[in-house]
Design a binder for this molecule. Structure first.
Ligand code: 13P
Length: 259
């Protein structure tokens, strides 16, 4: 299989820029360089840390890709507090998380906004990481596929196969985020396989085989190997454990070992 797993650390609203510099330096120190032959690793600090982390990564020639957690879909305008994808591109940001469940739930990000953001991010040749996932109520009512595939369709619709192949989808069941309870590897695999099936319908089989699908939700060293070993899981979007360099590096190593 030719898909290179992507392990992404979403630092959420944790770590000021001093702490972020220390964290990325320590992460480099504890991550064996061989893993980068087999996996890609991105770190997603808060906006105020991006420039500092970029400077460290570039000046020290660390192999981490710089990521953002969010952006607006317009290039510029009267949008107080928002950040343009054009500004992120100027910081050499490579990956931008879109439609994280926390943004959808707490800040009103809709499927339509996610669709527009995916286009805006790709216009600047950055890669969107599109988050999708169901609540516990939706899972218990048997609505997981309807919810998740609806979000996938909304994000990918009206895009070329070439574009879709470059997008990363992160399947993050909302009930597994920050709870310590992860989806079982079998359940996560089943949903990721359904997502790949929907991509085949929206584009074609080659595109479905190329697109990368991450799992996120309480990924930690103890469960990473089993989750990352699944056929349709191509990496992880890691929250809490990514704040701890030893844990995150271990997750990266375990993901690399599955390839
Ligand atoms: P946790 O790994 O803390 O569950 O967070 C997952 C997440 O939301 C990553 O985007």
């Amino acid at each position: 299989m030719s898909r290179t797993p992507l392990i992404s650390g979403n630092w959420k609203m944790y770590l000021n820029h001093f702490e972020a510099i220390q964290t990325v330096q320590k992460l480099h120190y504890v991550t064996p360089t061989e893993v980068f032959d087999r996996v890609e690793v991105s770190v997603h600090p808060p906006f105020t840390d991006l420039r500092s982390v970029q400077t460290v990564i570039e000046s020290e020639e660390f192999e981490f890709a710089l990521g953002a957690q969010h952006c607006h879909f317009e290039d510029a305008g009267a949008f107080t507090g928002e950040v343009s994808p054009a500004f992120l591109e100027k910081l050499n940001v490579r990956y931008v998380i879109v439609g994280h469940s926390e943004r959808r739930e707490l800040f009103g990000e809709t499927d339509d906004m996610v669709h527009r953001k995916v286009g805006a991010i790709m216009k600047y040749e950055m890669t969107p990481i599109v988050c999708v996932g169901e609540t516990l109520v939706e899972r218990e009512s048997g609505d997981t596929e309807a919810k998740v595939l609806g979000q996938v369709t909304a994000a990918l619709t009206d895009r070329s196969s070439d574009q879709i192949a470059k997008i990363v989808i992160a399947y993050e069941p909302i009930w597994a985020i920050g709870t310590g309870v992860n989806a079982t590897a079998a359940d996560a695999q089943a949903v990721c396989a359904s997502i790949r099936g929907r991509v085949a319908e929206l584009a074609d089989a080659d595109t479905a085989a190329a697109i990368r699908i991450q799992y996120g939700g309480s990924v930690k060293p103890g469960n990473a190997e089993e989750l990352m070993g699944q056929a349709d899981i191509d990496g992880a979007l890691v929250g809490g454990a990514s704040l701890h360099p030893e844990d995150f590096a271990r997750i990266v190593e375990l993901a690399a070992a599955t390839r």
